[in-house]
Design a protein around this ligand. Structure first.
Ligand SMILES: [Zn+2]
Length: 169
């Protein structure tokens, strides 16, 4: 396991896994490499876990810059608008407004005024998942709740919606 040692005025040793998958060990000045090696080896399991966790997360979601969000918004708009158009036609609905938002917690929402909102994050997910989110929000124009009736409506248009929904996790 490769790691970088940063000697500092401190009493204890700390290990950190950075977002770009580097291992940084902070150690007191003068501590021998053998001892540090031993400590790192002892924590190999924890380090592996951290590395895997960081690798499995889309880095852009950590803290996207304004610029990144704007790029993703454009991308999302290009993907979402044709889907809205397609399903609104099939379902006989007329959304008043479609907005791509900077929302980080939700993928989409629908207001009582028929405004549909979609998060820029959708650009980071598979097309099938985005299609599900669009149909979900369009169905809210008919059913403003998550009742059985609502879900059977979703299923009418996307029989495999449960699989698609899983892609968002
Ligand atoms: Zn909903």
């Amino acid at each position: 396991m490769e790691y970088q040692v940063i000697y500092a005025k401190r009493r204890s040793v700390s290990i950190r896994v950075t977002k770009d998958l580097k291992i940084e060990v902070r150690a007191p000045k003068g501590l021998s490499r053998d001892i540090i090696d031993g400590i790192v080896r002892k924590h190999a399991g924890w380090i592996e876990k951290r590395l895997k966790k960081i690798q499995s997360q889309p880095t852009v979601l950590y803290n996207p810059t304004k610029e990144e969000i704007n790029i993703l918004k454009e991308k999302t708009r290009d993907i979402v608008l044709p889907i809205v158009e397609k399903y609104a036609k099939i379902m006989g609905l007329e959304p008043a407004k479609v907005t791509i938002t900077s929302a980080k917690q939700v993928f989409g929402s629908c207001t009582s005024k028929k405004h549909l909102n979609f998060s820029f994050r959708l650009a980071l997910y598979p097309y099938d998942a985005t299609e599900y989110v669009v149909v979900h929000e369009l169905c809210h124009m008919r059913e403003m709740n998550h009742s059985k009736k609502f879900w059977s409506l979703v299923e009418t248009y996307l029989p495999d919606y449960k699989e698609r929904r899983r892609l968002l996790k």
